[in-house]
Design a protein around this ligand. Structure first.
Ligand code: ZN
Length: 255
């Protein structure tokens, strides 16, 4: 029970830390924008830009904006879903049935290659969970809340407890069809013991080649807002996955 309370406190602390971090980032950004405006103003006065030059510099700015815009591929590969960025209730993706689950059809080839290549290396990896709709998530979430209510917890405590295990409807990355929970040895672990398996070792070494990242790393829970989930992998495309993995950052930091 003490451990449980400790864990609740840790979760609350994580959320607070994340908010503080976001605040700090917003302030830093605001300061940078102000600095840019001041510098642009100063340069304009010093060089007395003619209308023609001004037009040219506008064009340059637009060109830059185009360059920094996400490609169509990045737009879906880098979609960010968490407690602060929930998907709309009617969010849909083109799904394909993959083994016993459903995933976004755009990732099935890479997923198949990953599992087959692991098998060739003598590593057993299977999928125990893929896409979930917002309403399916709501059912799972509410069932868990009910189970705490029947144990005698009040409404608020039941929700806090549930949030330890299950993302609220709309906040689960499984809505995207780009996330999978993996298992080895024929049964889902869905706990930290997965990190002790050869399957996890293999994934750490190879998943990025197929476009997958470990979405909730151990040392990033203050940013992701989710405790370490070594079994949960997310497709972001091979080039993004390699960059994220080599930099040792999480998706929130990357986007
Ligand atoms: Zn998951």
């Amino acid at each position: 029970m003490n451990n449980h309370l400790q864990r609740l406190r840790e979760q609350e602390e994580l959320t607070r830390n994340q908010r503080r971090k976001n605040m700090r980032l917003s302030r830093l950004l605001a300061a940078m924008v102000l600095l840019c405006f001041s510098l642009t103003g100063m340069v304009g006065v010093m060089m007395s830009i003619s209308p023609k030059d001004e037009k040219k510099s506008d064009e340059n700015v637009n060109e830059e904006a185009v360059k920094t815009e996400l490609s169509e591929e990045d737009k879906w590969q880098l979609i960010l879903v968490n407690k602060e960025r929930v998907v709309p209730v009617d969010f849909t993706v083109d799904l394909i049935t993959f083994d016993n689950v459903r995933v976004d059809c755009r990732i099935s080839d890479m997923l198949r290659d990953m599992l087959n290549d692991a098998k060739k290396d003598g590593i057993d990896i299977a999928i125990c969970s893929g896409y979930r709709s917002v309403s399916e998530q709501r059912q799972i979430y509410e069932a868990k809340v009910s189970s705490f209510l029947t144990q005698g917890y009040n409404e608020e405590a039941s929700k806090i407890n549930t949030n330890q295990y299950i993302q609220p409807p709309g906040a689960s990355e499984h809505h995207t069809g780009l996330a999978v929970d993996l298992q080895t040895g024929g049964k889902p672990a869905l706990d930290e013991s997965f990190a002790q398996t050869p399957a996890y070792e293999w994934l750490k070494e190879n998943a990025a080649k197929y476009g997958f990242i470990e979405r909730y790393p151990k040392d990033k829970s203050d940013i992701t807002g989710v405790f370490w989930e070594p079994w949960h992998f997310r497709y972001v495309g091979p080039s993004n996955a390699k960059a994220i993995t080599s930099m040792g950052i999480c998706l929130e930091e990357y986007v």
